[in-house]
Write a new protein. Structure first.
Length: 281
C-alpha cells in the first residue's frame, strides 16, 4: 500500500484532532448522563481521518450534491460523528453539550433531518450498507463521482441484511463504495465471538466479491493508507479495522458494560486525564 497520500505532519495533526474528539465524546456523554462511549471511542481514528483528510466535503454546504457521503450504520456511536462534525465546522462545538436533550440537534442516534452533515438517519442496526449501495448507485445514475463510505460494527454484521447489501454491491460492481468494519470485538452483552462469531471475516467478504484491507484501526498511518488505497482501487472494498472498544480510557477498554453507560464525575476526570496523557495534545 502506498504511503504517499499524506505527510508526517498530516498524521500528527490528525492524531491531535483524535485526542480532542475523544475528550468531546466522554464529556458529552457524561453531560447527557447516557450514551455509548465504547463504540464511539473505538471509531475515532477512522472518523477523524475521513472528516479531516480524506472525504471531499464542504461544511458551509452540507447538502452539496458532489460531496462524499458517510453513513454511520452503527448509529449509537454518533458522539464520535457529532464531535467530528462540530470540530470540522458544521455547527458550533458548544452544542455538543446538548447531546440527547429534547429539541437538541444531537439526538441519541443520527438524524439527517436534525443535524447538519449527517447523510443518513440510523438507529436500527444493519441498514447502513443497503443505503450506501443506493447512494453509490445514485452517483452512477446521475454521473457524479462522489464516494460513499459506510461504517459498520462487527456485532452489527451478524445482521443478514448486511450480507444482502454486500451481494448487491458486488452484482452492480460499485466502484465508489467503501465499507469500514469497526472490529472492536465487543457488542452490547459480551464478546462478538462468544455470542455469534463473524470470523473468518476477511474470507467472508472476499467470498461476496469484495476486496479486503486489514489494518490496525488506531494507527493513523494505516487508517489513512487504507482509506486512500481503497478509493484508488475503484472496486467495492471493505476495510477491516481491528480496534479496542473504549480505546483511550483504561476502565472502558474491552468491557461491554461501557457499550451504553455514561461516566460519573470522578470517572470523567480520570478519562479526560488518560486521554490527554495517551495522546499528543
Amino acid at each position: 500500500m502506498n504511503h504517499n497520500y499524506f505527510t508526517q505532519q498530516d498524521v500528527e495533526r490528525l492524531e491531535a484532532q483524535a485526542v480532542q474528539i475523544r475528550k468531546d465524546i466522554v464529556s458529552m456523554i457524561h453531560d447527557a448522563g447516557a450514551g455509548h462511549p465504547g463504540g464511539s471511542l473505538s471509531a475515532v481514528e477512522i472518523i477523524t481521518a475521513l472528516y479531516f483528510h480524506v472525504m471531499r466535503i464542504d461544511p458551509a454546504r452540507p447538502a452539496w450534491s458532489e460531496r462524499d457521503r458517510f453513513i454511520l450504520s452503527k448509529g449509537h456511536s454518533c458522539p464520535a460523528l457529532y464531535a467530528a462534525l462540530a470540530r470540522r465546522g458544521y455547527f458550533d462545538p458548544a452544542l455538543l453539550g446538548t447531546l440527547r436533550r429534547y429539541h437538541s440537534i444531537l439526538q441519541g442516534h443520527p438524524d439527517m433531518n436534525k443535524t447538519p452533515g449527517v447523510d443518513m438517519t440510523a438507529g436500527s442496526l444493519g441498514n447502513g450498507l443497503s443505503a450506501g449501495v443506493g447512494m453509490a448507485l445514485s452517483a452512477r445514475l446521475h454521473r457524479q463521482d462522489y464516494t460513499t463510505y459506510v461504517m459498520l460494527g462487527d456485532g452489527e454484521i451478524q445482521e443478514g441484511l448486511v450480507w444482502e447489501a454486500a451481494m448487491a454491491a458486488n452484482h452492480h460492481e460499485l466502484k465508489n463504495l467503501i465499507a469500514i468494519v469497526d472490529c472492536n470485538g465487543v457488542q452490547i452483552n459480551g464478546w462478538v465471538n462468544d455470542i455469534m462469531t463473524v470470523e473468518p471475516l476477511a474470507d467472508k467478504w472476499r467470498a461476496f466479491g469484495w476486496r479486503v484491507l486489514e489494518i490496525d484501526g488506531h494507527d493513523m498511518k494505516e487508517v489513512l493508507t487504507a482509506l486512500h488505497t481503497a478509493k484508488s482501487m475503484r472496486h467495492h472494498t471493505v476495510i477491516l479495522a481491528r480496534t479496542v472498544k473504549g480505546k483511550g480510557v483504561s476502565f472502558m477498554e474491552d468491557d461491554c458494560a461501557w457499550h451504553g453507560s455514561a461516566p460519573n464525575d470522578e470517572q470523567l476526570i480520570q478519562a479526560m486525564e488518560e486521554i490527554r496523557k495517551g495522546g499528543v495534545a
